[in-house]
Design a protein. Structure first.
Length: 300
């Protein structure tokens, strides 16, 4: 499946509704990422190496994350229908005898009732996918508390071109009260390219982009990396330096850390000829809100 075809099948009206809510201008969408500062200051590698840390879903703070359930749909499945469908494919590499067809039919029914192998498939996919999380909640108090180490860290702002023809940018998480269940047609077992493409895309969406409504406040967007195709032992992947637009300090970011980040940003701008800006925050007066100062998109 080509990238263009995957995007066409993956995108939906709901997804585009979330993009409409993003900070944006005529050319770009803007995404945000809250980060804490580790004792060794390894997080400064973002500026030194223009890399972002991805994570395996198995390490997420939500044990339900990137889980879904698969059910086989055997509607209309009979031996006669199976034979007709198989012969219609005219695949020279698949010409079973009548006895073999009966055995395959029996195996299809048995496999549809076994869930262990389906669970193993999903677990393998979770191990081979890395995720980088962004959000559309730059001034959310909980986001700063949970992901920027109690407001002592900082936040990155990235821009992504709206001209996305050859690009998969972060896609929004879908929040749901219902646990995701993907139905797989029995025909997709025989000919996944004909019958299973939409189901494959739905499975990818259900397993990687659906979370409980409890997490709705995060307004999360996700970028994925396939570790089979692009393996990185340390899960660090490069980003385009021109995509980083600003850095925002937390309410409790120390003067020492602010100075360190400002130095790295200055070096980053000099190295890549960019214009990344830095901004402070303050507590709003008489209400629960964070003011981001002198920011072209986030200042109130």
């Amino acid at each position: 499946m080509s990238l263009a075809e995957f995007k066409k099948r993956f995108e939906s009206p709901h997804i585009w509704e979330q993009f409409k809510l993003l900070n944006q201008d005529d050319e770009f969408y803007y995404f945000y990422k809250h980060l804490g500062i580790d004792p060794k200051k390894d997080v400064m590698g973002i500026f030194v190496n223009n890399t972002l840390k991805f994570s395996r879903p198995t390490t997420f703070n939500d044990p339900f994350d990137c889980h879904s359930h698969i059910e086989f749909d055997l509607e209309g499945f009979t031996e006669n229908e199976f034979v007709k469908f198989t012969r219609a494919r005219k695949n020279p590499l698949f010409s079973p005898t009548p006895i073999e067809l009966k055995k395959i039919c029996r195996n299809v029914r048995l496999k549809s009732k076994e869930h262990k192998w389906l669970t193993e498939i999903l677990e393998d996919s979770r191990k081979n996918i890395a995720v980088c999380c962004f959000n559309n909640a730059p001034d959310n108090i909980l986001m700063w508390s949970h992901y920027a180490d109690h407001h002592t860290g900082f936040m990155l702002e990235f821009k992504v071109s709206k001209n996305y023809a050859n690009l998969i940018f972060p896609y929004p998480v879908i929040y749901s009260e219902k646990y995701p269940i993907t139905k797989i047609s029995w025909k997709s077992i025989i000919d996944p390219h004909l019958e299973g493409l939409d189901q494959f895309v739905q499975l990818a969406r259900d397993s990687m982009f659906v979370k409980s409504e409890d997490w709705k406040y995060e307004r999360e967007f996700r970028a994925l990396e396939d570790l089979v195709l692009n393996n990185s032992p340390d899960l660090l992947f490069p980003f385009s330096p021109s995509s980083l637009t600003s850095v925002v300090f937390g309410l409790r970011t120390s003067k020492e850390d602010q100075d360190l980040i400002a130095k790295h940003v200055n070096d980053f701008n000099h190295k890549h000829r960019t214009s990344v800006t830095t901004h402070k925050t303050e507590m709003a007066s008489r209400k629960y809100a964070i003011n981001i100062l002198d920011h072209p998109r986030l200042s109130r």
